[in-house]
Design a protein around this ligand. Structure first.
Ligand code: 11C
Length: 329
């Protein structure tokens, strides 16, 4: 496969290159793509050096697959040009996710929707991916009525500027701000900008993307997304109300047998997921699984995953793997 990585020098792009190598994705030719200021720079992939090219040169090189992580505006402007050249685009931005003509895919849940005609495929938001990985198998068994989620999100979701802000604040250096407020020793109840309904875009992604991926608009979701000074991954406190009653051990057992999900749930040994330990791993970790005793058929869980891995690069590459395995590209 001739593979273009658009945004190769960015935070997610770098993890994409790492994951492509780790999973031994069949790359016959790599095309690292970035903005004009990075063109000509060299990046290393599997011990070989590659020169970064610009977007138009990359379109002309007619890759089989282009993995995009260069922001919504670049995706809106360039994904159609790649697609018109015959390249299948898997896009990690929010640009195409809610477009009814585009598939929004978490491979373990809905990759079977993909066909050869899907030339621009959307990768969901990181906080949505880790939540639906746990919700989808439970929805099948007990039917979800409502989800209440609060997120505790890693600054790596904002990008390298936020990581620098935290490092500067930690070292007591005045520098460029990614957030309106100090993030060191703080919790900021705003991820992304606000919509007219008073929620942030990040919160509404959790609502809309969950319904689209699971394919059920009747699932009610309400979210509060918080930024915290952590780098390893996003954490989520999730409360779920089902139509049907459940057995907590059966819930653990279903999740234990779900591909891509690891149950870490033992109070006796203080075993529960934490971002410090999820970092660099591909799985979604779930623990603190317990009945919500305040309401019928309701459950509480704590879900953690590396937002740059399953939340971004890994999921994108799993989509590419599915396309290759099913000869859709
Ligand atoms: C964050 N979830 O943590 C965001 C980052 O729609 O792909 C990814 C934004 C997106 O701030």
């Amino acid at each position: 496969m001739k593979v273009a990585v658009v945004g190769a020098t960015g935070m997610v792009g770098e993890v994409m290159l790492k994951v492509l190598a780790e999973r031994n994705f069949p790359v016959t030719e790599l095309i690292p793509v970035a903005s004009e200021k990075s063109v000509g720079k060299e990046i290393e992939f599997k011990g070989k050096k590659y020169k970064v090219v610009g977007l138009q040169s990359a379109v002309d090189m007619k890759a089989d697959i282009a993995l995009f992580s260069a922001g919504g505006e670049t995706s809106l402007a360039w994904a159609p040009k790649f697609a018109a050249a015959g390249t299948t685009v898997i896009d990690n931005s929010s640009a195409w996710r809610m477009d009814p003509t585009k598939k929004l895919v978490v491979p373990e849940i809905n990759a079977s929707e993909l066909t050869k005609d899907d030339k621009i495929i959307a990768n969901p938001n990181c906080s949505t991916i880790q939540m639906v990985m746990v919700l989808a198998p439970l929805h099948k068994k007990y039917n979800i009525k409502r989800v209440v989620v609060s997120t505790y999100q890693s600054i790596t979701g904002t990008g390298v500027k936020a990581v620098r802000q935290l490092e500067n604040e930690y070292a007591g250096i005045q520098g460029e701000m990614a957030y309106k407020y100090q993030i060191h020793r703080n919790a900021i109840p705003q991820c992304d900008s606000f919509e007219d309904n008073g929620y942030t875009k990040e919160e509404m992604k959790l609502v809309r993307e969950t319904q689209k991926i699971i394919g059920d608009k009747s699932i009610a979701v309400t979210a509060t997304a918080i930024r915290i000074p952590v780098v390893g991954g996003h954490s989520e406190a999730v409360n779920v109300e089902f139509s049907n009653d459940f057995d907590v051990n059966e819930v653990r057992n279903i999740l234990h047998h779900t591909d891509g999900v690891t149950v870490q749930d033992n109070n006796d040994t203080y075993t529960y997921p934490m971002p410090l330990y999820a970092q660099g791993k591909d799985d979604v970790f779930v623990g603190r699984i317990r009945r919500d005793e305040s309401q019928a058929n309701s459950l509480n869980m704590w879900i953690v995953s590396d937002n740059l891995r399953k939340g971004a690069a890994t999921n994108t590459i799993q989509i590419a793997e599915y396309l290759v395995a099913h000869k859709l590209v």
